[in-house]
Ligand binder design. Structure first.
Ligand code: ATP
Ligand code: MG
Length: 480
């Protein structure tokens, strides 16, 4: 058997011969094909393109390389690339054309996934950058409001206005966190946790959300798989998937199964998953399945798009956020669903070794006395932090860049460094390492709008998440 799609077409444009693979791929029998006009097996658009453009050129050139859509017997379309040659007799008269046809379905599906991933990446990047800049502004709003509040003690109207500012700023900070979760850059607290316990702790909350629409069944891997993740975000994944499952029940009651397992992720599964760029290997799986409505293929193709929903308008962020979180954790997700069949969402997260979290200790500066060097490229924030720390009793020096910070550290004795993680030039963690050589006994506090996973340094550091309150900042600087 010839392992490719081949056909030959006679001088009247009728099919003379086809290979078995041609029949198998398109779902026809030999009798349904032979003697029929070849354009019957193209989509309307491709047939028109063939008549008007491809064939006139083909009769002159004698060869063609063209992309068409062929029509399968079940009516669905198959993208193909066709390479044809003309066979002529000794007088040059056209006898037939012979063509080799490539099936592009898989390639197209993959291209679409990569395209979707890029689109989401761009949106995510935008959301992430926006949240980052916004966090800097918020840090300054919170810092100044807290400072003003200390002087507003005898002015009740001012004090209550400032309270309102602080409440609004903390809501804005929540919004930033959501944006960061969507962008996949919001890893706040990476911990080593066991997936089974995470599910168990959530069961009560999940049951409240599911109500009497479905029974929740648990099925756990033994021993429990460990993952290194931000637990809050993984809880958000589970919550979004389970709520979707409950909402898919419609007026029936059904079963929602939450399963954990350890699996090898191979290339075939990766290609069918939401993030084809993920690495093969061993993964911890969190699976949520339901026997609700199921989904049409066209719905599955769009479920990760922000604001795609079959529910009320304005919704449709659930799975977009899930995908963002999974991207931030270097995992992927596989969806299996058909109308009226069991729907399964399987989340793959990199498997980790179980381990105790070791907290490194750093030296302390005694109660608000000592010198702090604030390193941040953002002017406003640098000024706000400097005033706050001076108010708290520190001597404060400021630097707008890594180079400046190194110069200052060479010239003065510094007890603590407060360093922004993302600055042009040298990054915060790199700078901490260099400054550690100059002031080995100093304390290092890194601050960032994102909580970068790759922030590990060889220097003991503390971390504060922007926007932070004065209390959080002082605690990070003072803690023994
Ligand atoms: N388990 C499921 N069964 C059937 N359809 C589902 C399931 N999960 C998701 N979907 C489909 O995917 C769409 C998008 O889901 P997503 O969670 O992103 O948004 P939503 O649930 O519509 O709104 P939101 O989560 O923002 O409240 C849903 O509207 C629904 O059509
Ligand atoms: Mg949802």
């Amino acid at each position: 058997m010839i392992p490719t799609m081949l056909h030959s077409i006679d001088d009247k444009g009728q099919i003379e011969d086809v290979s078995d693979v041609w029949l198998a791929k398109l779902g026809y029998t030999w009798d349904e094909v032979i003697g029929r006009p070849s354009t019957n097996f193209l989509s309307e658009e491709s047939a028109q393109y063939a008549h008007e453009i491809v064939l006139p050129a083909f009769f002159v050139a004698g060869v063609c390389h063209v992309e068409y859509e062929m029509r399968r017997k079940d009516g669905t379309l198959m993208p193909v690339r066709l390479h044809g040659v003309a066979v002529r007799n000794e007088t040059g008269a056209f006898l037939r054309s012979i063509a080799v046809i490539e099936d592009l379905s898989e390639q197209r599906a993959l291209e679409r996934k990569v395209w979707d991933a890029q689109k989401l990446d761009t949106l995510g990047l935008m959301a992430g950058n926006l949240a980052h800049d916004f966090n800097n502004l918020l840090a300054s709003v919170v810092g100044n409001a807290e400072r003003a509040q200390r002087y507003a003690g005898h002015l009740p109207a001012a004090a209550s206005a400032i309270d309102d500012i602080l409440v609004a700023a903390s809501r804005a900070a929540d919004l930033c966190r959501e944006l960061l979760a969507y962008s996949g850059r919001g890893q706040f607290q990476i911990e080593n946790i066991d997936l089974n316990s995470l599910v168990v702790e959530m069961v009560k909350v999940l049951e409240v959300n599911v109500g009497n629409r479905a029974t929740v069944v648990l099925d756990f891997a033994r021993p429990a798989p460990y993952i290194e993740v931000d637990a809050t975000q993984v809880r958000q994944i589970l919550m979004n998937l389970v709520i979707n499952a409950a909402e898919a029940m419609g007026s029936h009651t059904g079963t929602i199964t939450i399963r954990t397992s350890v699996r090898d992720l191979d290339h075939t599964t990766i290609a069918a998953s939401a993030r084809p760029e993920v690495r093969p290997g061993r993964y911890a799986c969190l699976e949520v399945s339901d026997d609700g409505s199921g989904m049409q293929p066209a719905v599955i193709a769009s479920i990760f798009d922000p604001f795609f929903t079959t529910k009320e308008t304005g919704r449709g962020l659930g799975l977009a956020a899930v995908q963002g979180i999974i991207r931030g954790h270097h995992g992927t997700l596989v969806v299996e669903s058909q109308p009226g069949r069991v729907t399964t969402f399987t989340v793959f997260l990199p498997l980790a070794e179980a381990r105790e979290v070791v907290v490194k200790r750093a030296t302390s500066i005694s109660d608000g006395r000592g010198t702090v060097l604030v390193v941040d490229d953002n002017d406003l924030l640098r000024r706000t932090l400097a005033t706050q720390l001076e108010d708290a009793g520190y001597r404060v020096l400021v630097a707008g860049s890594g180079t400046e910070a190194i110069e200052i550290a060479r010239a003065s004795s510094i007890n603590a460094f407060l360093i922004d993680v993302t600055m042009p030039g040298v990054s915060g963690p790199e700078l901490a390492v260099r400054l550690h050589d100059l002031s080995p006994d100093a304390r290092f506090v890194l601050m960032s709008g994102y909580n970068n996973v790759d922030m590990a340094t060889t220097v003991p550091t503390r971390f504060v998440q922007k926007p932070f309150t004065e209390e959080e900042l002082l605690r990070a600087l003072d803690q023994k």
